[in-house]
Design a binder for this molecule. Structure first.
Ligand SMILES: *Cc1c(COP(=O)(O)O)cnc(C)c1O
Length: 348
């Protein structure tokens, strides 16, 4: 009997990735330079926005986005509870107040819940496109509060035929190892407002400046950018692969009546994750899958309201304990996918 080990997530790294990084090493210029500039231009082109600035993480991108928008103490920033702690941290760095709201069953911000929390101190919404599904951008934009799109999980997803990351005042990206595309660690901010991106480029480095104010060292390296450029070129094919894997999961799971991820008329899913909502709690099924070598996972580790010991987030609460995130990445081989599909057929 063949035994399988299928990790929950895995970066996709190719021979051409290796070549492009090796070239930078040979060039002798490895810190922020021409490759970073080229990566910024390629991202701006991809999103069809005016400018982009590269950083060393998605968290740094969130931090500088908040600084560029002058978010400070006493300002309120609305985010969903069902997201990673990076958002909470970034808001904490600038001393602003985080206001959590609940999500919809599709894991994105509930517009209805956002409306309830808006008051005169509300300065900003951070809107993640969770697991690669675009949020309700039109409805959120119509609330009249500036939006940062958090595209850390969603580069390549589309809303009304346009890439996410081109709707908010600013949009942020992460290139951590297991994101849609990777630079090991890395981040980006994009915008149609060139001045905001200039501001961010000023804040990300401290050396050889004529004036002094607080600045950071949040730079990306040319090594990372070379990898990022090459990864970005492969993204369209990878999204097709992700969507094909998703379609195969859905084919098996749809007849069984579970809540499944999918496109809608306005939203093209990038399938960063394939997250199923179960009627029962997820622990026993996760265990059974692990025994078969399949490392599925809950969709997130902890919703933020639990960290903050807050109550009243029923959908986030339910999603935390009832979700199953299945392995989905371009390097998932057909034999492993087949093993997962046949195991699901039996277990679910
Ligand atoms: C990964 C992620 C971040 C943070 O990015 P890092 O590069 O890990 O700092 C922020 N928001 C979301 C939705 C993420 O998935």
């Amino acid at each position: 009997m063949v035994s399988f080990f299928v990790p929950h997530s895995k970066p996709t790294l190719t021979n051409s990735d290796i070549k492009s990084v090796a070239q930078v090493i040979r060039s002798g210029h490895i810190a922020q330079g021409k490759k970073v500039e080229e990566f910024e231009e390629k991202i701006a082109q991809f999103l069809n926005v005016k400018a982009a600035g590269a950083l060393n993480s998605g968290t740094a991108a969130l931090h500088l986005a908040l600084l560029a928008l002058k978010i400070k103490t006493k300002d309120e920033v609305i985010i969903p509870s069902f997201v990673c702690a990076a958002l909470l941290n970034a808001i904490g760095y600038v001393g602003a107040k985080t206001v959590l709201v609940d999500i919809e069953k599709n894991f994105n911000l509930s517009v209805k819940e956002v409306k309830k929390k808006i008051n005169r101190r509300t300065k900003l919404l951070i809107v993640p496109h969770m697991f690669g599904l675009p949020a309700d951008l039109n409805e959120l934009l119509s609330l009249g509060i500036p939006i940062i799109e958090d595209c850390a999980q969603a580069i390549g997803a589309e809303y009304k035929g346009r890439p996410v990351g081109s709707f908010g005042v600013l949009s942020i990206f992460s290139f951590y190892a297991t994101k849609m595309i990777t630079t090991g660690e890395g981040g980006m901010i994009a915008s149609n407002d060139k001045r905001l991106i200039e501001k961010i480029k000023d804040l990300r480095e401290y050396d050889k400046r004529d004036d002094y104010h607080l600045r950071y060292n949040y730079k990306m390296t040319d090594l990372q950018a070379a990898l990022g450029i090459n990864q970005l070129a492969q993204l369209p094919v990878w999204i097709k692969k992700r969507r094909s894997i998703a379609a195969q999961y859905s084919q098996i799971l749809a007849p069984k009546g579970y809540e499944l991820p999918s496109d809608t008329r306005d939203k093209t899913h990038a399938f960063y994750r394939y997250v199923v909502t179960l009627p029962q709690k997820n622990l026993s099924l996760l265990k059974l899958l692990h025994q078969k070598g399949i490392h599925a996972a809950p969709a997130i580790h902890q919703p933020l309201h639990r960290y903050l010991k807050l109550k009243g987030f029923p959908v986030s609460e339910h999603a935390t304990d009832h979700t199953l995130s299945l392995p989905i990445y371009p390097s998932l081989t057909p034999d492993k996918l087949h093993h997962i599909l046949s195991t699901l057929q039996i277990l679910l």
